[in-house]
Design a protein around this ligand. Structure first.
Ligand code: BMX
Length: 290
């Protein structure tokens, strides 16, 4: 069965929509995410983009979203500062009603992990993690070829683990998370700039980029201690920015060998979430058992 259909990747900063043919993006649209929009407005935005791409009701559709999607298909922001109007929203149900029964929603980083494990940088790795350093810090864990999921949709949200480099409140309600120092939003807030990429592009505040890389390196070592990771792929607008991965590797090199898995760039780069969303729609794993 070919990987053919449509996908949407709704992140905290941008929405991408794509027509996918034989596992690669054939056409792609992108727009800014409205962080204050409710689910109806988010779905209307998605519908407009899909229509431009030639989507027809009933076509396979994967929708990868920032936030957690629980086993009932309800969508919840974990970082409530990123998506302010999304709480227990009936995403699965509304997607099926609007776009047909072959639509499927899941977390964006989990989708990307699935794509990287099957078709990208994770191929051949037994215990694999994908990390996105973007608006937030997201993750997906694929152990023995199976995506780690939980009924509440929280599994893989590694950005909300604690960091010794952090101490400020996080939009998740925790204090001192990896996301609160390493994400694009955290870097931008510390620099007083509109977004993390502006910090990169301006070449200012290298200490903030370095702190992000150090926090991500420590997270990788922690996850390796817990899960025995063989390989980690790094994606996301910050994760894929020139010079970022070498800084993560430099910090990771100070860890003992035992806690240093192979760390590489996401092979599918900015398309991981899109391709993973469609993979999930084409082969919907049964919801996690109770
Ligand atoms: C946050 C969280 C995750 C998401 C990650 C990356 C929200 C709204 N988001 O940790 O669900 O996977 O950010 O999201 O709770 P992105 O917007 O950077 O792609």
């Amino acid at each position: 069965m070919g990987v053919d259909g449509f996908a949407v990747d709704l992140g905290g900063t941008k929405i991408a929509a794509a027509r996918i043919e034989n596992g690669t993006v054939a056409a792609r649209l992108q727009a800014a995410t409205d962080p204050g929009a409710d689910i109806a407005a988010q779905i209307d935005r998605i519908a407009g983009m899909l229509e431009q791409l030639g989507f027809r009701h009933g076509d396979p559709l994967g929708v990868a979203v920032a936030g957690r999607v629980d086993a009932t298909g309800r969508w919840h922001a974990v970082n409530r500062n990123t998506l302010r109007a999304i709480s227990a929203a009936p995403l699965g149900e509304m997607l099926c009603a609007r776009f047909g029964a072959r639509s499927r929603a899941l977390n964006d980083a989990a989708a990307a992990a699935l794509a990287e494990a099957r078709l990208g940088a994770g191929r051949g790795a037994r215990n694999f993690a994908f990390l996105t350093i973007s608006t937030g810090v997201g993750g997906g864990l694929v152990l023995d070829g199976r995506l780690v999921e939980s009924r509440n949709g929280l599994a893989g949200h590694v950005g909300f683990a604690s960091s010794r480099l952090a101490g400020d409140p996080c939009g998740s309600g925790r204090i001192g998370t990896v996301e609160s120092v390493a994400s694009g939003k955290a870097i931008a807030a510390a620099a007083g700039l509109p977004d993390g990429r502006a910090v990169f592009d301006g070449g200012r505040h290298p200490e903030l980029i370095d702190r992000s890389a150090a926090a991500v390196a420590a997270l990788i070592a922690d996850l390796t201690a817990i899960l025995g990771l063989d390989r980690v792929a790094i994606g996301g607008s910050i994760g894929l920015a020139a010079g970022y991965l070498p800084q993560v590797l430099a910090h990771l090199s100070r860890e003992p060998d035992l806690f240093r898995p192979q760390v590489v760039r996401a092979g599918l780069t900015h398309d991981s979430g899109l391709i993973g969303g469609l993979l999930a729609a084409l082969d919907p794993a049964p919801p996690p058992s109770a």
